[in-house]
Design a protein around this ligand. Structure first.
Ligand code: FIX
Ligand code: ZN
Length: 434
């Protein structure tokens, strides 16, 4: 094909990024088999269901709960009072204060607007009634098809916390997710609170004790193998606080136990099964516990711990993302040193346009095409529509600039070249690393 003129690049990149189906490597979404608590045309509603979707879930996203407590503080509406309100009442409260009484220009507010707009819903009267009615008429099964098609997402990776009772019971009952949804075995307590994890595992019939050694190691490995098989998990994952260090502080017994589990249980099983291990580092949980999911804080983490782990375990593969803006540069540099380290996504508090652009640009400059620019982290199905719309535009903007620089330096670039690279970014790099 013909080399592109520099003036054509922006349009070609933008079309390629729009057209390329995404494999979303980290979400908190579920296939309908996991049940939905959202009233809908297919009824019956399962209050413990895990698939969140629809207007009231969108508007009560925990990002927006944090924002509404800034303008209606807990001294006026106590946290408990808010959380005792129905979903509809919570959504009305957030809508009134963040969308009607002031303009919805934060990224999370804008996300709701983009989502409704993409669905063809008009809220310019600033009322939620007609949109709410439209959502009630949807059937989750059909609605998933619609959202995935509109968002151009081909495959959704779930997060499946095995220490979560509601989740565990569903797997034990033999749930079979829709093949577009793939499982990730999420194991935070195993590394972060071994005594509590061990107690639960022992009650489930695994011969483990608080002391990490001998039989405990074998039985903990058996636990992981069993759950990898049950979920058909495509990788293992957890999130870590900013204080996480590898190697652990020898004076910290809990951290030492975590290190032993990591070195002797998690990584050997990952290696034996050929599975990657994902670490999301930098969230300090429950800085304000009354805010629940909205109460977590960001902290600067230790990139040297990641490089130490990548060096010590060359036979393992690590997906790593970090929450603090301050860590992004060193993390990208670390990935230049270790081929078994795959940098991914702009996670949570760095998933904002200004930071996505900055981080993506820097990663292209340091890593070329060899990283995964984004995951959605969607908790509500419909959020795929805005998370990927916003990210696609920002990624395309960065890539267009970088391709123009190459063309200015005399490189002959074709549409096929661009499409090949974009397929790596949105799908191939993740799949190949698996
Ligand atoms: O640990 C995680 O997977 C985090 O992404 C979530 O727990 C967090 O609450 C979130 O939704 C961030 O986007
Ligand atoms: Zn997440």
């Amino acid at each position: 094909s013909q080399p592109l003129h520099r003036d054509q690049i922006e349009a070609v990149v933008s079309a390629a990024v729009q057209k390329q189906p995404v494999v979303d490597m980290h979400t908190h979404l579920y296939s309908p088999a996991f049940g939905t608590p959202v009233p809908n045309a297919a009824g019956p509603v399962d209050p413990t269901g895990l698939l969140l979707w629809g207007l009231d879930e969108l508007v009560t996203y925990h990002y927006l709960i944090a924002e509404v407590f800034r303008v209606v503080p807990a001294t006026v509406l106590p946290y408990d009072t808010f959380f005792k309100m129905s979903k509809v009442e919570q959504a009305d409260h957030i809508w009134k204060h963040l969308f009607v009484e002031r303009s919805p220009i934060s990224e999370a507010c804008r996300g709701v607007l983009t989502t409704l707009h993409k669905l063809g819903l008009d809220v310019s009267d600033r009322k939620l009634d007609s949109a709410r009615k439209w959502f009630k008429e949807q059937k989750p099964g059909d609605y998933i098809d619609k959202v995935m098609e509109l968002a151009n997402v081909e495959s959704i990776t779930m997060t499946n916390p095995v220490f979560d009772d509601g989740e565990r019971e569903r797997w034990l009952r033999g749930i079979k997710p829709d093949p577009r949804f793939q499982a990730v075995l999420r194991i935070d307590p195993l590394l972060l609170d071994w005594p509590a994890a061990a107690k639960k595992m022992a009650s489930w019939g695994y011969g483990v004790s608080e002391e990490v050694g001998g039989r405990t190691i074998e039985e903990a490995r058996r636990f992981l193998r069993d759950w990898i098989d049950k979920q058909n998990a495509i990788y293992l994952a957890l999130s870590l606080p900013p204080s996480w260090r590898y190697p652990a502080d020898p004076a910290d017994a809990a951290a030492r136990a975590g290190q032993a589990i990591l070195e002797q249980v998690i990584l050997p099983v990952c290696a034996e099964r050929g599975l990657a291990f994902a670490m999301m580092i930098g969230s300090r949980r429950a800085a304000n516990p009354a805010l629940r999911d909205a109460g977590d804080m960001v902290g600067t983490s230790d990139v040297d711990s990641v490089t130490a782990l990548a060096a010590r375990f060359p036979g393992n593969r690590f997906f790593v993302t970090m929450l603090a803006r301050e860590n992004q540069h060193a993390l990208a540099v670390a990935a230049r040193k270790f081929g078994n380290l795959m940098v991914f996504g702009c996670w949570w508090f760095v998933n904002n346009p200004s930071l996505i652009t900055e981080i993506t640009k820097m990663r292209v400059e340091l890593l070329g095409t060899s990283f995964i620019p984004q995951h959605s982290d969607a908790r509500v199905l419909d959020q795929l529509l805005y998370k990927w719309d916003h990210s696609r535009k920002l990624i395309a903007g960065v890539l267009a600039e970088k391709y123009r620089d190459a063309v200015d330096a005399g490189w002959k670039l074709t549409t096929a070249d661009i499409e090949r690279d974009v397929a790596l970014y949105l799908k191939g790099n993740f799949r190949n690393f698996l």
